[in-house]
Design a binder for this molecule. Structure first.
Ligand SMILES: [Fe+2]
Ligand SMILES: [Fe+2]
Length: 226
């Protein structure tokens, strides 16, 4: 039985620290476990999850009715189209489908049913090779991943001891910490942490000696999302 509402009030701030063994729940497919981050619905859900494939596991063919966004965190994820090693960013728009698998095992960050109307472009980016641009303050580098209708997704690399300006998120902000230790005045978030800052929230993020690499999405937590 799957819970159907997890962190489903998008006006609430959510901080999930890196998962422990008890946080990985079995999925309908043997060898595939998930950590549910947010979820509105059953097996067809507006959902954000970490998904872990054991070596030699596979998921049955499925169509992406509402689109699927994936960042491969470790291992190699595969489907009929090819292999996606750690660092690959994938967008499978509504109407696409596949039967994914993993020979090596892999961990994914997955967002389902979160495509805006008219966003029909498939995306494949190898973030280990794509270019970085300077960010708004010294020490920040940005790799844009996707932009549509005011919703932006990027990787942001924070050099050690970088301090960003205080800022507001009119459309909310979601962060997955990929490396290092990310901080703001509310806490410290080691690699594997997931944060959702509601619309109009404010903070002043910074890094210490570790620096950080984060996935960031902004603009998607407006009224329609809740
Ligand atoms: Fe899929
Ligand atoms: Fe922010």
């Amino acid at each position: 039985m799957n819970p159907t509402r997890i962190n489903a009030d998008f006006d609430q701030r959510v901080v999930l620290l890196p998962p422990g063994p008890e946080d990985w729940l079995p999925s309908p497919m043997p060898g595939v476990h998930r950590r549910l981050l947010d979820r509105v619905g059953d097996e067809v859900a507006r959902a954000t999850s970490l998904v872990r494939y054991a070596p030699e596991s596979r998921f049955s063919f499925h169509e992406h009715g509402g689109g699927e966004e994936i960042l491969v965190l470790d291992g190699v994820f595969s489907d009929e189209e090819g292999d996606y090693p750690a660092g690959t960013y994938v967008r499978n728009p509504p109407g696409t489908g596949h039967a994914p698998s993993s020979r090596t095992g892999c961990t994914l960050f997955v967002k389902l049913w979160q495509f805006a109307h008219g966003d029909s472009k498939p995306v494949r980016i190898d973030t280990r090779r794509a270019g970085w641009s300077p960010g708004l303050v010294a020490g920040l580098s940005v790799m844009p991943l996707h932009e549509h209708d005011g919703i932006s997704t990027a990787l942001v690399r924070w050099a050690p001891e970088t301090r960003f300006n205080q800022h507001a998120h009119p459309g909310g902000e979601e962060i997955l910490v990929l490396e290092g230790l990310f901080r703001d005045e509310h806490g410290e978030y080691p690699a594997g942490s997931w944060l959702r800052n509601p619309r109009w929230s404010r903070h002043t993020p910074y890094t210490g000696p570790e620096g950080a690499l984060i996935y960031v999405k902004v603009g998607h937590l407006g009224a329609a999302a809740g």
